[in-house]
Write a protein that binds this ligand. Structure first.
Ligand code: FEO
Length: 396
């Protein structure tokens, strides 16, 4: 076969999508993405692991025809349609093939793709599928990031197919990771956008993986890891309870008052040795902000008052913080207003899922003056002291 080989008759039949700009009509894709499909050729049976996004169906069918092989099983690790979208087409090409998956994934595929019940083989955690000289073991891994997610592990070759888990939205010609630093950034962004709300599930799944003898991790987006330790260590760090001596400031400024406050606070924090990452929400894509939320101990939102509340872009950022559930401990709000409103109470309501400790806000009428800068000094000192108090426990 002309396809790239992971090892020992396990091939890559996926599609690259370098021009795709948005995932789920929500997540910016600066590096495009890929929909990874793997073909496992056993001595008796042949299985596909996942399929492709519907727009890439023709690419997959061409590759399957070129392979000149009969597919016996389609292992579906996850029902989202960037991986399951071509299942009906593959079943049309191979009417005797069966979709091998768990009950939850089966139900979703039936609902979304109208695949008939008799096309499935339902498996449970720990069960195996023999392909002759290769055995696939199924490991349930719910909630990374849907309830149906599972891993498939080829015992003889020590390859773990992890679905979305441990992946990255990166398109490219390299089957394997070449530049770990580049992939680290892409994988961190992907973790932040998709996996971070499921941190506690992630910890459990990492433990399960640590019990396996894994030579290679093949996710359903981005390149394959020949050095699994690299991505497993990164996930251990991101999903741990440890926070960094770092403040994320996400801001909008209309007439420079709020920006002046952001610059002043950032400078004061830096002088105290606190790392500051500031994001202008008008210019920064939301994936960058999500990635910035992985590590810091504190989040500061900075906004001008708009219609008695947060600027809508800052309100959107607050919504995302609450939805993505990063592990930060403290939050504050700073900003400028003309006549009135209550950004602090609005923010408290919007942080109902993450419940950070609120540090006194600094809200300024008009352009900041001397007494306002003293309040920002106090806020910087408060943040610094809160971080120091974590130094013996979770501050790393
Ligand atoms: Fe890549 Fe949850 O789909």
């Amino acid at each position: 076969m002309s396809f790239k080989e992971l090892k020992n008759n396990i091939f890559y039949l996926g599609s690259q999508d370098p021009d795709r700009k948005l995932f789920d009509q929500l997540i910016p894709l600066p590096d495009g993405t890929s929909y990874n499909v793997y073909l496992i050729k056993g001595s008796e049976k042949i299985a596909l692991v996942d399929t492709v996004y519907p727009a890439k169906i023709n690419e997959l069918t061409s590759k399957l025809k070129e392979s000149n092989m009969k597919i016996d099983y389609i292992i579906s690790n996850h029902a989202e349609q960037d991986h399951s979208g071509a299942i009906p087409k593959v079943l049309e090409l191979y009417p005797d093939a069966r979709v091998v998956t768990n009950a939850k994934c089966k139900a979703l595929i039936k609902d979304m793709l109208l695949v008939e019940e008799d096309k499935f083989i339902e498996i449970k955690d720990g069960e195996t599928l023999s392909l002759g000289d290769k055995t696939v073991k199924f490991i349930m891994a719910p909630w990374v990031h849907w309830p149906d997610t599972m891993f498939s592990y080829v015992i003889e070759d020590k390859i773990l197919f992890t679905g979305d888990f441990l992946g990255s939205h990166i398109a490219g010609d390299d089957l394997f990771v070449v530049d770990e630093q580049k992939i680290y950034t892409g994988a961190k962004r992907y973790y932040a956008e998709i996996m971070m709300p499921f941190r506690n599930h992630i910890k459990k799944h990492l433990e399960k993986i640590s019990m396996l003898d894994v030579d290679m991790i093949a996710p359903s987006h981005g390149p394959v890891y020949q050095n699994p330790k690299f991505i497993l260590d990164a996930y251990k760090d991101w999903s741990s309870d440890n926070v960094k001596n770092e403040v994320l400031i996400a801001y909008v400024s209309m007439y420079e008052s709020t920006r002046k406050m952001v610059d002043y606070l950032a400078n004061k924090l830096s002088q105290k040795g606190v790392t500051v990452k500031a994001y202008d929400l008008i210019e920064t894509d939301i994936g960058e902000v999500a990635m910035g939320l992985v590590d810091p101990a504190t989040v500061v939102l900075a906004s001008p008052m708009v219609l008695a509340g947060l600027h809508p872009n800052v309100a959107y950022a607050a919504y995302l913080v609450n939805a993505l559930k990063p592990k930060f401990k403290f939050v504050s709000v700073i900003g400028s207003y003309g006549w009135g409103g209550n950004m602090t109470e609005q923010l408290k309501t919007m942080m109902n899922a993450v419940k950070p400790e609120f540090i006194d806000p600094v809200l300024v009428k008009g352009y900041p003056v001397e007494e306002d800068f003293r309040l920002l000094d106090k806020l910087a000192e408060n943040i610094y002291e809160k971080h120091q108090a974590l130094a013996d426990t979770t501050l790393k």
